[in-house]
Ligand binder design. Structure first.
Ligand SMILES: C[S@@+](CC[C@H](N)C(=O)[O-])C[C@H]1O[C@@H](n2cnc3c(N)ncnc32)[C@H](O)[C@@H]1O
Length: 194
């Protein structure tokens, strides 16, 4: 399948998501994530919250160009199966590993210092737990992007408290008119912290 055909498929999948209330990322965020993977040469990407695979396809497209791969975790079997079907349809199965599991149980099974980039797009109230679990899995100078941090800030207060307490540096990027993402780069200081 050509990239133009995949883009057409993604447009239709996005419209399907809007019609069926699937909370897919915005097209602006999708473009931003792809650009980040391109400029950072990220190869090992982790996504939490696959849903029907809209964001995963975007991530996989960028990973393919770096000869990399995206691992995406989803705990709803129904969404996981839809994503598998959609990803197969655009011939990106070789660049994705879909995991049907609860991310809270699954993340600790990854090796430390492995991922170049982690994208968090799941239950907003648990963002803090996820960040805490995934921090050790990120390589030095790897980065985390957390979605919806403006629109759902009130559901993410524990996340904001956590990064303040741990003195983690971050940027908020208002990509959409009503929302944006948080970016955290894993710095290597004297101690092994963000
Ligand atoms: C906002 S949607 C993801 C949208 C997707 N990233 C996209 O843009 O196409 C969040 C997804 O996270 C999944 N989820 C929620 N809690 C989870 C958990 N503990 N482990 C794995 N997946 C989870 C939900 O089932 C839901 O499909």
């Amino acid at each position: 399948m050509t990239e133009i055909e995949i883009k057409k498929f993604l447009k239709e999948l996005k419209e399907y998501g809007i019609d069926n209330e699937i909370p897919n990322i915005s097209e602006t965020s999708a473009k931003f994530l792809q650009d980040l993977i391109a400029i950072s040469w990220a190869k090992n990407v982790l996504e939490i919250g696959t849903a029907n695979g809209y964001s995963t396809i975007n991530l996989a497209l960028a990973c393919k160009k770096n000869s990399g791969k995206v691992v995406s975790i989803e705990f709803s079997a129904n969404s996981h199966n839809q994503a598998r079907k959609n990803i197969f349809q655009v011939w990106l199965s070789d660049y994705t590993e879909l995991v049907n599991a609860n991310a809270l149980d699954y993340i600790p099974t990854f090796q430390d210092d492995f991922f170049d980039f982690i994208f968090i797009d799941w239950m907003k109230r648990r963002s803090m737990d996820f960040l805490d679990l995934s921090r050790p899995k990120l390589k030095k100078w790897g980065f985390v992007i957390i979605d919806d941090v403006i629109k759902f800030k009130d559901k993410m207060l524990s996340l904001y408290e956590y990064i303040e307490k741990k003195v983690i540096e971050y940027n908020i990027l208002p990509l959409d008119s009503d929302d944006g993402v948080m970016m955290i780069v894993k710095r290597w200081k004297i101690e092994k912290i963000f």
